[in-house]
Each structure stands twice: as structure tokens, then as C-alpha cells.
Design a protein around this ligand. Structure first.
Ligand SMILES: Cc1cc2nc3c(=O)[nH]c(=O)nc-3n(C[C@H](O)[C@H](O)[C@H](O)COP(=O)(O)OP(=O)(O)OC[C@H]3O[C@@H](n4cnc5c(N)ncnc54)[C@H](O)[C@@H]3O)c2cc1C
Length: 471
């Protein structure tokens, strides 16, 4: 059903510390055009875009908040991003949303007075500005094969690959990469941070793709992944988008258990026993959790296999409170270390907040996510003598609605799972940052997929929406 005008009312409601917008007019099944499963940036963007096309949507989200793998949580007077953080003008979809809603951004980390260093061969090597330039040149050398492999980064088609890079792990690529040790270790530490997974499980394609999208340039790559954040947090952006999903009935705390296609449409069954039916549904779930929903008929073998294998993004990002003012630091360490990058988030004489990344939580040897002693041990090679007071963050690996951090394909997964992962199946459409070809694993990719799927679903419904969609 296409509605001529928005007739719903949106109210703001406080849920924990996050303001969410919730539709208060519940749609009856007969009025629903699309059920969207998942309220991350992909699902919420699709809800807004479908609303703009006069399509009535029910969005069902398992959590008590929108945003999925982005989550701004206030702590100690700071809006902390437990998930997705950095954005950049090179990412066209997220940047246009930032401009559209006038969301304020800030440079982070602050470069002025930033102490940069790398742990290399058992010691801390301080990096002067010139050293940083040489470290970036080393990153360019490491990524040189990306020029041929991703000659047109915005296209899904790979360039010639005589060396079989599509099947190669980052670990293999590093093992054959020669450079001055400290600079090589800096590149390895930053790659560990970019992928947030063990290097032998991460495809070299994943770093090369981001490098190619950043204009085949190391400095731009670093800027794209870690230079600009939203001043008040990603929650401001997701709430702005949700606020314009005027025809969407957003239902939080609504985990989906089963999605069944029938001759007439799609029936989405919630764990609560409720059902929502519509002519079509958009599945906007992370790749790693696809298999935790039962689909009838079963999803394609490629989708099921990809979800079972999982992508390799399974590290840890968290905020660590340490004693005293440690200043503005950015310190990298290569894979053998438990911590691969630490950067100051805030600091004053009372103490400092650091953001810490580890590509392999097993190396952290922490008894629990908030094991202060374990974190203190892990940080010593980067910050000798540092005393840890507290840890806050979220364990995305064990979060049943994420089962991982951001989507980093394993060696060979890129060519095996795309484009099937987003190919329509009958009346089901698929979206999410894990299945786009360009800024995959970024907020930008999630938003882009929301645009594409809303456009495709609208076309499908306009054409009658009674037969199987074409993938
Ligand atoms: C620690 C971390 C750091 C990151 N850093 C950055 C960064 O700096 N910059 C950047 O651009 N990106 C970053 N990312 C990646 C980015 O956050 C994600 O790629 C993007 O937000 C994913 O959006 P999505 O909508 O595709 O998926 P998600 O955000 O995962 O949304 C999927 C939604 O589906 C819901 N769901 C799951 N199962 C069910 C179910 N059974 N029923 C109903 N709902 C369900 C989930 O709760 C979730 O809300 C980071 C991610 C993490 C985890």
C-alpha cells in the first residue's frame, strides 16, 4: 500500500541513556508494505527511504535501541562510541547524511602535540613528523598491489590477480614484506587495528580495498579510518534518520526468530510469539547472525556458509581509564602484542581515557572484559608503568546480535560471497554494511545499502510485488 501522506506521529522516548524515536501508531498487518528486520544504519536508512516513497514499514529490532554496531554511551561525562566511530568526506553516503542533518563533527585524535610511537623489536620507538611520513610511505609500499587489484575501487570487479591476492591472508602478505623494522611494525599495528581480527584469518583484500577507496594513498587511508568523529556521537545521526522514517512503526525489543515466505507474502515471527506480515521483507542483519534466524525456505547455500564461517572481525575495542595525565598519545604495536593501537581519548591531571584496539582478544589473557589487571599487563609494552583503573566498552564478539565487530572477509571470502550475500531471494531483500562492495564494514556502507534496498523494494512493489523478486 502506498500512502499519500505521512499520517503517523513520532515521539521521542528515553531508553536507558539513549534517546530513541518510536512510532506510536501501530500498523495493522494489512497496511504494511515491508517488514525490516534489524535497526542498524542499514535498516533505519531503508525505513526512511521507504517512508519517503510512501511505503508503510514495520521495523523490528532485537535490542532496546537503534544503531546496532554503533552505540554512543555516556560515561564519565564523555559520549563514548562503543562501536562505529570515524567518518570521512571520502565516504559519500554517511557524509551526505551528516550534511543533511547538520550534525557536528570534530577532528579526533587531535594531531597537535600528539606523541606518536611504535613498539618494535622489544622497545618503544618514538616517531618524529618525518618518521611518520616515512611510515606512511611504507604503508603505500605495502599496499602497492592494490593499484592493480582494485583499479576502480567503486566497482565490484577485481583487476588482474596473477598472484592470487584474493585468496591471500594479511599474515602471508606481511611475511613477505620487507621494510625498516620500526616502520614495518607500525604498518602491521595499524593493519591489525583496521581489520580487528587475527591477520592469518583476514584477507589482504580488506586492507587493499580500503586503501584503494581512499585514493590509493596511505595518508588518506588513515584519515578515512581515524580522523573525524561526530561531536555528540553516532546516536545523533541515527536518531535524525529515524526521525524522518515517518511511515515506520519501529518496534524495539523485538528479536526475530523465523522468517517464512508464503505465496501471499512474508511472515516474520518474533521470539515473543507475535507475527508481522507484509508483501516483502528487508533483512538488514549482520552476516554473522543470519543463521540465528530460521528462514523458510532456507537461504542460499552461500549465505548460510558465509554466516557459519563468519567474517574475521572479532577483536576488541574498548575505553581504558588510566592513572594520571599521559598526554596525547598514539602508539602502535605489531601482531605479536596483545594491544595493537592505543590512542588518548581524553586526559587531565586526574587521569586519562584511552581507546585500545586488540586484533586478537585471546592474547589479552583477560579473565573478563573488564579485567583491569589483565589490561594493565597488556598495555605495559606500549605504556610502561601505566596503571589501569577501569575498562568500559562492549564485547561485540559475544553479542548475540552481532557475533563480531566489523565485517572483514577471510581470504577468498570476497570472491565467494559477493554479490550473493545481498541477492534477493523470493520476496526477501538484503541490506547491511557486510554485503556492500565499496565502504563495506563502515557506517557509510550500511547507509548506502539502505538506499539501494529501498529503491529496489519500491520498484518491486510498484511492479505488483506478487512474484519472486529478481536478484
Ligand atoms: C567496535 C566497532 C568499531 C567500529 N568502528 C567503525 C568506524 O570507526 N567507522 C565506521 O564507519 N564503521 C565502524 N564500525 C562498523 C560499523 O559500525 C558497522 O559496519 C555498521 O554500523 C553496520 O550497520 P548495519 O546496519 O549493516 O548492521 P548492524 O549495525 O549490526 O545492524 C543490524 C541490526 O540487526 C539487529 N538484529 C540482530 N539480530 C536480530 C534479530 N534476530 N531480530 C531483530 N533484529 C536483530 C541488531 O541488533 C542490529 O541493530 C565499527 C564497528 C564496531 C563493532
Amino acid at each position: 500500500m502506498r500512502l499519500a501522506a505521512a499520517r503517523s506521529r513520532i515521539v521521542a522516548r528515553e531508553s536507558g541513556e539513549t534517546t530513541v524515536r518510536e512510532q506510536i501508531v501501530a500498523a495493522s498487518d494489512s497496511e504494511v508494505d515491508v517488514v525490516i528486520v534489524g535497526g542498524g544504519f542499514a535498516g533505519v536508512t531503508a525505513a526512511r527511504e521507504l517512508s519517503a516513497r510512501g511505503r508503510r514499514v514495520v521495523l523490528v529490532e532485537a535490542r532496546d535501541r537503534l544503531g546496532g554496531r554503533t552505540w554512543t554511551k555516556d560515561h564519565d561525562g564523555h559520549p563514548m562510541e562503543f562501536g562505529g566511530t570515524w567518518v570521512h568526506p571520502l565516504q559519500p553516503h554517511v557524509w551526505s547524511e551528516i550534511e543533511r542533518y547538520g550534525v557536528e563533527t570534530e577532528t579526533f585524535p587531535v594531531m597537535e602535540g600528539l606523541r606518536q610511537a611504535v613498539v618494535s623489536e622489544g622497545r618503544i620507538v618514538e616517531l618524529s613528523d618525518d618518521d611518520v611520513v616515512r611510515a606512511l610511505e611504507t604503508f603505500d609500499q605495502f599496499c602497492a598491489p592494490a593499484v592493480d587489484l582494485f583499479p576502480e575501487p567503486f566497482s565490484e570487479t577485481l583487476g588482474p590477480d596473477p598472484d592470487g591476492l584474493a585468496d591471500r591472508s594479511l599474515r602471508e602478505q606481511f611475511d613477505s614484506f620487507k621494510a625498516e623494522p620500526a616502520l614495518r611494525d607500525w604498518v602491521e599495528g595499524m593493519c591489525c587495528t583496521i581489520v580487528c581480527g587475527p591477520l592469518d584469518q583476514c584477507g589482504v583484500t580488506e586492507v587493499f580495498r580500503i586503501y584503494a577507496l581512499s585514493g590509493h594513498d596511505a595518508a588518506q587511508t588513515m584519515a578515512a579510518v581515524s580522523a573525524t568523529k561526530l561531536l555528540k556521537g553516532t546516536r545523533e545521526l541515527i536518531n535524525s534518520i529515524a526521525g524522518q522514517a515517518t511511515l515506520a512503526d519501529i518496534r524495539l525489543n523485538s528479536p526475530v526468530q523465523r522468517v517464512a515466505q508464503t505465496d501471499d507474502g512474508v511472515r516474520v515471527e518474533l521470539e515473543s510469539g507475535e507475527t508481522v506480515s507484509a508483501p516483502t521483507a528487508l533483512i538488514a542483519l549482520p552476516m554473522n547472525v543470519l543463521n540465528s534466524v530460521e528462514f523458510e525456505p532456507a537461504l542460499s547455500e552461500i549465505k548460510r556458509t558465509a554466516s557459519a564461517e563468519r567474517h574475521a572481525g572479532a577483536g576488541v575495542k574498548c575505553f581504558v581509564r588510566v592513572k594520571g595525565d599521559i598526554g596525547n598519545v598514539s602508539i602502535a604495536a605489531p601482531e605479536p602484542h596483545a594491544v595493537n593501537w592505543v590512542v588518548t581519548y581524553a586526559h587531565d591531571p586526574q587521569g586519562s581515557w584511552l581507546i585500545m584496539f586488540s586484533n586478537n582478544p585471546d592474547k589479552l589473557e583477560m579473565t573478563a572484559f573488564d579485567d583491569v589487571q589483565g589490561m594493565q599487563t597488556a598495555l605495559q609494552p606500549l605504556l610502561p608503568g601505566v596503571e589501569v583503573e577501569a575498562i568500559v566498552g562492549w564485547d561485540w564478539r559475544h553479542d548475540p546480535h552481532a557475533l563480531g565487530t566489523w565485517c572483514i572477509y577471510r581470504p577468498g571470502q570476497l570472491t565467494r560471497v559477493l554479490p550473493d550475500l545481498r541477492t534477493t531471494e523470493g520476496r526477501l531483500f538484503f541490506a547491511g554494511s557486510d554485503s556492500v562492495s565499496t565502504w563495506r564494514c563502515f557506517i557509510d556502507g550500511a547507509i548506502a545499502s539502505g538506499y539501494y534496498s529501498a529503491r529496489d523494494i519500491d520498484g518491486y512493489l510498484t511492479a505488483g510485488g506478487t512474484t519472486a523478486a529478481q536478484g
